[in-house]
Design a protein around this ligand. Sequence first.
Ligand code: PMP
Length: 397
Amino acid sequence: MNLLEKLDAAAAARKAMLPEGIGAFGVPIEEVYSATEARIGDRRVLLLGTNNYLGLSFSPKCIQAAHDALDAEGTGTTGSRMANGSYYGHRALEQEFADFYGYCAGIVFTTGYQANLGTISGLVGRGDTVLIDSDSHASIYDGCILSGAEIIRFKHNDIADMGKRLRRLGERTENTLIIVEGIYSMLGDQAPLTEIVNLKNRYNCTLLLDEAHSLGVLGETGQGLVEKTGLQKEVDFITGTFSKSLCSIGGFCVSNHPQLDQLRYISHPYIFTASPSPATIASARAALVLLREGKDLRKQLWLNSTQLYAHLKKTGYKLGPEPGPVIAAVLDSPKQALRIWQGLLENNIYVNLILPPAAPEGKSLIRCSVNAAHTTEQITYVGDTFAKLYQQQILNS
Ligand code: PMP
C-alpha cells in the first residue's frame, strides 16, 4: 500500500462508520451568536460541544482587550520569542500565571498542545521514564513520544496499578515524570491527586498536572484540581490551555522550580514556532482576571453541570463516574451513539460525537460540555431531549 492508498483506506474506514452524508466531524458552524448559540446549516442550535466553561467567549472586557492589542501591536508577532523577540504582553501573562498559582516561574506557549509537548520533552529524554494515565490526552502522548523517554501507562485513575508500576521501576523512579490531568477530557472525572502525590513523594518522582479542563472550573479561585485539593506545594509542574475557560488560544506551564526557565533554551515546541498574536494574549490576560474573580460563574457552572448529570443519570444513560462540566454518555455501539447525536442535532442541540479509536477503551461517547452561560431552561431542554431520545433510540430500538 503506498502513502496515498493508506489515506484512502483510512477514509474508507471512517466512511464505514458514518452513513453517507453525515458529517459528524468538523461540523461547519456558519455563525456564532453567543457563548451558547450558533447556526449550523439553517438551524439555530444550542452549543453543548464547546469547552467554553465559564461562557466568556463574548465577554466585552476580553473583546476590548483584544481590539486594543490589535490596534497597538498589529495582527501577529511573526516569529518565535527566542529568535524574534518577546512582547510585553507575553511576559506579563507569564508573571500573572505564576502569581495566580503562587509559583516562581511561568512560560507561555502557542497552544495548550504545545505546552504539553514543550514541557514534557524539555523535562525528560532518553533514559528517563514517563508514567502516564491510559486516558491521557493526545498532547501528553505526543510530548512523551517526542521526548524519547520510556512510556509506561497505568490504568485510568487506578492508584494500585500506578503503585505497582512504580515499584517495578526500582531506582529509575528518580528520573520518572508522572503525568495526570485535573479533569479528564473524555469522561469528565478527576484524578485522585492526594493519593498520586503520596506515591510521588514515596518514590521521589516528579509530577506534572495538566489542568486544561479544570482551570476556571475547580478551586475557590479557579486554579483547578491543585487548588481544590490544596496541593500547590506538591505538584512540580502545571500545564494548561487558554482555549477552554479563557476563550483564547495558547498554553502555559507554571512551576515553583526556577529551572522551568531553562525550557526556553531547549524545548523545540517553544523555540521553533511563532508566539501567540498580541490579541490572543491580551484577551487571555483579561479572561484570567475574570476567571480568578469568577466565583459566581463557577457556582452557576456547577449548578448546570449537576442538573444535567442528574437528569441523564435518572433517564438511564451510562455516564462518566462523577458530575462535572464534561458529561459523557457511554453508548453501546458507534451506531447508537450516531443516532443519539443526530437526534440531538435535529432537536437543535450540538454535542460532540466521539467514536473509536478516539475514545478510551473503544467506547462510543456523546460528550456534552456545560457552561456557566447556559440557562436552567436550556439545560432542562437538553435533559428532556436526551430522555426522549433514550425512549426512541435505546429502549424501543
Ligand atoms: N490537554 C488536554 C487535557 C486537552 O484536552 C487539550 C485540548 N483538548 C489540550 C491539552 C490542548 O489544548 P489546546 O487546544 O490549547 O491545544
